[in-house]
Design a protein around this ligand. Structure first.
Ligand code: ADP
Length: 158
């Protein structure tokens, strides 16, 4: 049985994230979306809110669970018997950034592999930063997040 984790800040979880999570869940027996428990002031949503929004977006997928984590991703993976980290790639900038993290991770935990999934073309420009910027200016975000998340963003920026 292969368990994989999909770590990130997910502030908030959008359709680009959902696309990667669903595709990874089809490849592995179990996918754990691990939401980074970052200091609250750095992010728009609290850790609990980010978990709830991701959970709602993925409720139809059986083999996905969502938890929070802190500390080094590879240490968390080791403690939980996980051998695969899933990351999404949008472009060469992501690849360049991710490859440095990957090498550092392999220095610390050589038995853990990172698996990259190229994003679907319709989400190649989408980031949580762009999403929040557009939402804060009352733009249309309905094609990027679930209605539940859109409502949470609207409330936050009201
Ligand atoms: P970070 O990991 O830097 O906190 P995010 O939480 O936004 O950033 O992203 C988590 C993961 O989702 C990363 O692997 C990131 O590359 C990937 N990702 C972000 N946006 C998209 C997108 N539009 N399509 C596919 N993958 C994405």
């Amino acid at each position: 049985m292969t368990r994989a984790i999909y770590p990130g800040s997910f502030d908030p979880f959008h359709h680009g994230h959902r696309d990667i999570a669903r595709r990874a869940a089809a490849l592995f027996d179990e996918l754990i979306v691990t939401v980074f428990d970052a200091p609250a002031k750095r992010l728009l949503f609290s850790t609990d809110e980010r978990i709830q929004l991701a959970r709602e977006a993925l409720q139809d997928v059986q083999n996905i669970s969502i938890v929070s984590y802190s500390g080094l991703t590879v240490k968390w993976a080791e403690r939980h018997g996980v051998r695969v980290i899933v990351r999404g790639l949008r472009n060469v900038d992501d690849l360049s950034f991710e490859s440095r993290i990957d090498m550092a991770n392999r220095y610390m935990a050589p038995q853990i592999e990172t698996c990259y999934l190229l994003c679907s073309t319709q989400y190649a420009y989408l980031s949580s930063t762009i999403l929040k910027e557009v939402a804060s200016l009352d733009g249309d975000i309905s094609g990027w997040v679930t209605p539940h998340t859109a409502q949470a963003l609207r409330r936050r920026f009201a």
